[in-house]
Write a protein that binds this ligand. Structure first.
Ligand SMILES: NC(=O)c1ccc[n+]([C@@H]2O[C@H](COP(=O)([O-])OP(=O)(O)OC[C@H]3O[C@@H](n4cnc5c(N)ncnc54)[C@H](O)[C@@H]3O)[C@@H](O)[C@H]2O)c1
Ligand SMILES: O=C(O)C1=N[C@H](C(=O)O)CCC1
Length: 249
């Protein structure tokens, strides 16, 4: 059974991973608070992660925290020779470079969204934007009122897919009085309630509108995908991997 450590174990996703772990075992969690345990899982201070990875014989870390914490754990994974699944979003360029460096030493799999549906949505977006190459594009995402990064990592990943097909200029929100440029893509982030995650791309032109959308109904979809990725990653060679590799396996 795969032995998993959870970074961000006291968070919403940390709890979802513990709940979803049936075919793997969460043996330890990392946090910055003075929590001793979460749902019976012992919690270790993030500063002691490298030692804990060895002590608990961890196969892979599943990370859902903040970029600063994820990078600390990535260093611990390199020190201890442990694989890492990165679910945290909101990394800057330097943070992404640090993760790439870590993947030179250990297997590292990063995904902004661990639902299979979003993987399929991104493939549909690529096909639609490539075919309807002169339609106006607008992107919306909606998440719970505790989410601190905007737009969502998933929205940024969808933008990356679109950029591979068309040279678009993101406009984050709109106000004032100005015409819409043809190469614009409006990007809108809504935060309300405990909405788990909704994403919609609208393609409009030629007297028609195509809408491609996805709604996550429970954090369990992300937790299950991350745990599937974790089990898949153990035993891989050091390198950079993505969730599409798991979905296609
Ligand atoms: N990839 C995906 O499928 C997916 C799905 C859901 C959430 N996420 C991402 O996972 C992350 C966590 O989401 P959440 O809803 O669980 O958030 P949360 O706020 O509930 O949990 C964040 C966790 O990080 C910890 N933390 C805060 N500051 C820290 C620091 N400086 N160092 C170490 N740990 C720190 C908190 O104690 C908490 O345990 C976010 O970046 C979110 O976008 C990704
Ligand atoms: O709840 C969150 O926070 C989520 N974050 C990811 C993102 O930023 O895209 C995935 C969806 C849920």
């Amino acid at each position: 059974m795969t032995r998993v450590a959870v970074n961000g174990v006291t968070g919403q996703m940390g709890g979802a991973v513990i709940e979803a772990a049936t075919d793997s075992e969460v043996v330890v969690g990392f946090a910055t608070s003075d929590t001793n345990a979460v749902d019976g899982v012992p919690v270790v201070d993030l500063a002691d992660a490298a030692e804990a990875l060895r002590e608990y014989d961890v196969d892979v870390v599943v990370d859902f925290a903040v970029p600063e914490g994820a990078l600390t754990v990535a260093e611990a994974c390199v020190e201890a020779g442990v694989s890492m699944v990165v679910g945290t979003t909101g990394f800057d360029e330097d943070g992404m470079a640090s993760l790439r460096d870590a993947s030179e030493e250990v297997p590292l799999l990063k995904a902004t969204n661990f639902s299979q549906g979003i993987q399929v949505l991104q493939r549909l977006v690529s096909e639609a934007v490539g075919t309807l190459d002169d339609y106006d594009l607008e992107l919306m995402e909606t998440h719970h009122n505790r989410k601190v990064d905007a737009p969502s990592g998933t929205a940024n990943s969808i933008l990356d897919v679109i950029q591979e097909e068309r040279d678009v200029e993101p406009v984050y929100g709109r106000e004032g009085h100005a015409p819409r440029d043809d190469d614009e893509i409006g990007v809108f982030a809504r935060r309300a309630g405990d909405i788990r995650g909704e994403h919609e791309l609208v393609l409009a032109g030629n007297d028609e509108v195509l809408s491609l959308s996805h709604r996550a109904e429970d954090r369990g979809v992300f937790a299950a995908g991350a745990l599937d990725a974790a089990t898949w990653l153990v035993g891989c060679d050091a390198g950079w991997y993505e969730f599409g590799d798991v979905v296609d396996a």
